[in-house]
Design a protein around this ligand. Structure first.
Ligand code: GLY
Ligand code: MN
Ligand code: MN
Length: 428
């Protein structure tokens, strides 16, 4: 859990960075309609949540800065018996005042009037540039004489790069649940008939263990479906003898996990599947071993491309000299994506990869990055040796950068062939 003190500390850090005579505004996420009269489950905006810890919609957080000092104000939905009958209880202004360590709390209905008051005599306005246009219009109505509009998200997303001890604990908790789900998948895949049945079992484990949601739509892709990178239909049959690429991770108390395992439906890898799997696994382990402070993500990317390219030459999937193939980007056909991404409040954590001067941000203790090399060999690609066609393999772990190197936060989710096979066969 993140304490109120930690949220206040974040606000203090942000407040200090704001220019003198400025106002900064963060809004809660807007509820989204799924189909008429029904909504998607509400999920708070990650930047707003990072700064406030408040989960309700119709709320806002405002920083008002003078020459040096700043004050913070939270706007919350008012308590309303009819609204609460339909949509659930609200914390309300009085309780919010007790709970949150902000300078004052107002009702959201008062936002426009208060904002107009706050911006009088101010020179700069900060807001998240991804904000809905309707809300930007409201802000700009009252800020005609402002000198500059600044993107508040830039500052927050930079802070989000380095995870605190409590944030790491939540990611670890999410991963402990995701581990159970992947291990369950290994045990039961042989007994199920369809991808969506496996998905249901995985997501049941998430919810059963207190993870309210998945961190992204689960990919459960049997056989050649694994060669569609964003396969989410999960509606095909599980075929004995084929592999299943499972990219699934739960979100626990707003923190993501992001794990891919590629397992055999029947519990045993064929020789051809094993050859490709071992190659990808060797590369994944090598890249993870390189993670330490100051290394660049682009170096990890480059190394993964070199190793996968050589691996594909060794297997006869690519023909030619590695250097030449890399230059021609021939390997990209089968390894088209990045080696990994930041992870935290969002599965693809919205943190920068470059500094303001355009230079790449090197890894630093407290950052969390996924490492997920993959090879996708489409069944219709005649250039690939026949035995490998239709195989798609990705192996993904979540890695914390530490002072002395790294910690693989998902190292307990098995990925060695013998361990996966053992789990698969343990329930027969
Ligand atoms: N699950 C999304 C990704 O691996 O990037
Ligand atoms: Mn993933
Ligand atoms: Mn990922």
């Amino acid at each position: 859990m993140i304490s109120e003190k930690e949220y206040r500390k974040r606000r203090t850090r942000l407040g200090r960075k704001l220019k003198p005579f400025s106002v900064a505004v963060l809004f809660s996420a807007t509820p989204k309609t799924r189909s008429n009269d029904t909504e998607y489950p509400y999920r708070q905006d990650s930047n707003f949540y990072y700064m406030s810890g408040f989960k309700e919609d119709n709320s806002a957080l405002v920083f008002v800065k003078g020459a040096k000092n700043f004050h913070t104000f939270l706007f919350v939905a008012k308590k309303d018996k009819t609204q609460e009958l339909w949509h659930g209880k609200r914390l309300g202004k009085a309780k919010a005042k007790e709970h949150f360590m902000v300078d004052d709390v107002f009702e959201f209905d008062e936002f426009n009037a208060k904002f107009k008051e706050f911006v009088t005599d101010k020179h700069h306005v900060y807001y998240d540039f991804k904000l809905d246009y309707s809300k930007v219009k409201v802000l700009k109505r009252y800020t005609k004489d402002i000198l500059s509009y600044e993107n508040l998200a830039t500052y927050i997303e930079r802070m989000r790069l380095i995870k605190s001890k409590n944030e790491i604990k939540l990611i670890k908790k999410a991963l402990s649940i995701t581990k159970k789900a992947h291990h369950k998948a290994m045990k039961i895949s042989a007994k199920l008939q369809y991808e969506y049945q496996l998905q249901a079992n995985i997501e049941y484990i998430f919810k059963k263990n207190g993870a309210y949601s998945d961190a992204y739509t689960s990919i459960v892709a049997c056989g050649n479906s694994a060669n569609t990178l964003h396969y989410i239909n999960n509606d095909k049959k599980l075929v004995q003898g084929e592999l299943i690429l499972i990219d699934a991770g739960c979100e626990y108390d707003y923190y993501a996990s992001d794990i891919t395992r590629t397992i055999p439906v029947s519990g045993e890898y064929t020789k051809a599947q094993e050859e490709v799997y071992e190659m990808v696994l060797t590369v994944q382990k090598k890249i993870i071993s390189m993670i330490q402070p100051n290394i660049l993500r682009s170096s990890l990317q480059k190394k993964s491309e070199e190793l996968l390219c050589q691996g594909m030459i060794d297997l006869g999937i690519l023909q030619g000299e590695c250097k030449v193939l890399l230059k021609e980007k021939a390997h990209k056909k089968y390894y088209p994506h990045g080696i990994g991404h930041w992870m935290g409040l969002d599965v693809h954590d919205e943190c920068p990869y470059k500094k303001l001067n355009g230079k790449e941000i090197p890894l630093h203790p407290g950052m969390v990055m996924t490492i997920e090399p993959g090879i996708y060999l489409d069944e219709e690609d005649d250039n690939i040796p026949k035995k490998y066609r239709g195989i798609g393999i990705r192996i993904e772990d979540d890695i914390l950068v530490t002072k002395n190197g790294h910690e693989n936060l998902s190292c307990k989710i098995v990925k060695e062939i013998q361990d996966i096979t053992r789990k698969s066969n343990s329930n027969r």
